[in-house]
Design a protein around this ligand. Structure first.
Ligand code: AMP
Ligand code: MG
Length: 350
């Protein structure tokens, strides 16, 4: 299959180009599209065959449910079981008013017409309204909610540019809408509203503190609560976001973590391996010249780190390194999402 790459303006997308992409979606095809978080792989979320194709294109395990992307809160309510409790609906309404469009996905009881291929057989559905003009225009033109997992091969770093999508899915999907690099860089926060207090299934751009300010209370999953038995979020059990080469994550922040990283890098180099490091701007000048370096911005600016994280992993892969050594970040606010992705991407610690 020839994958068509179409450049669109990120703020005022040409409606005729979007309409072309929407026709592909309505015909059951796959179109990668930009959101404010990462690029998504869009399929008609109410068409089980299109959804099936999406799982195959990504190589995604069938038991990992998909997020449905909508263009308005009304589009989301149509996907919710009308018998869902009033208290839950009120919480959802409060969160929607505060954070949509934006990087917050809500897990709610699913209406009957939501295909169980989307929810991986669960009676709940994950919904979100993205904050990106191209994504919203595509959903509106297609006239259906878009199933939209990240547009990467399952298990790989999420794509933050159209080029990353092409690298993973070129030849497997009909079209990519290229609107330049995405802003946030890490995936949406996933909040399960079917529990009290609501459970953060995946940390993201909307932090626990921001959520608690609206609904009063949220909690992190208990250790072992995710990815086991009748798991509330099956997707969380898989290794994710990983580059093709091993990524080793230092256990401690600099300076101790940096000393450990330098020591391990020298050891790897002596063994004949090409070393790549994923570090903040502050640490870059201290890295030996023979190593490949990808920086993710200032250590005190987590928004920069999140935006650069996945791209930096792919950059090091392309530089042909044999191993990636990375440093951790402070685990507060957006730092929790950053560390969640880094831990899942890593194959070991330093
Ligand atoms: P991705 O499509 O890669 O952005 O991942 C979507 C995330 O949302 C995965 O972690 C899924 O497990 C989670 N998710 C989607 N639908 C549900 C659901 N009904 N219940 C719990 N988690 C869900
Ligand atoms: Mg993903």
């Amino acid at each position: 299959m020839n994958t068509e790459l179409i450049a669109v303006d990120p703020v005022r997308p040409d409606r005729s180009l979007v309409a072309r992409a929407a026709r592909v979606i309505r015909a059951g095809g796959l179109v990668a599209f930009p959101t404010e978080t990462v690029y998504g792989l869009g399929a008609d979320g109410l068409n089980p065959e299109a959804v099936q194709r999406l799982f195959v294109a990504k190589g995604r395990p069938q038991d990992n449910p998909l997020i449905l992307h909508v263009a308005s809160p009304e589009g989301a309510w149509a996907l919710v079981d009308p018998e869902a409790s009033g208290a839950m609906q009120e919480r959802a309404a409060g969160l929607v008013a505060r954070f949509w469009p934006g990087p917050l996905t809500l897990v709610v009881p699913a209406a009957e017409h939501v295909p169980r291929a989307v929810t991986a057989g669960l009676d709940t559905v994950a919904v979100r309204m993205p904050d990106h003009a191209v994504a919203l225009a595509l959903i509106e033109e297609a006239g259906c909610p878009l199933a939209g997992p990240s547009a990467n091969v399952s298990g790989r770093p999420s794509p933050t540019t159209a080029d990353h999508v092409l690298e993973d899915l070129g030849g497997r999907i009909e079209m990519i809408l290229d609107a330049g690099p995405t802003g946030v860089g890490v995936e949406s926060t996933v909040l399960d509203l079917t529990h009290w207090p609501p459970v953060i299934l995946r940390p993201g751009g909307v932090t626990a503190e921001m959520l608690a300010a609206v609904v009063g209370e949220v909690r992190e999953p208990a250790p072992g609560e995710l990815g086991r038995g009748p798991a509330p979020s099956p997707g969380t059990k898989y290794r994710h976001y990983a580059p093709r080469v091993p990524l080793l994550l230092a256990a401690e922040l600099p300076p101790a973590g940096l000393a450990r990283l330098l020591e391990e890098g020298r050891r790897q180099e002596a063994a004949g391996r090409r070393v790549g490091v994923l570090v903040a701007d502050e640490e870059a000048p201290l890295i030996p010249a023979s190593w490949a370096v990808s920086t993710v911005g200032g250590r005190q600016r987590p928004r920069e780190v999140a935006a650069r994280l996945f791209g930096a992993m792919r950059e090091l892969e392309r530089a042909g390194v044999d191993v990636i050594l990375a440093l951790p970040y402070a685990e507060e606010g957006l730092g929790r999402a950053i560390m969640n992705r880094l831990r899942k991407a890593s194959s070991g610690s330093l």
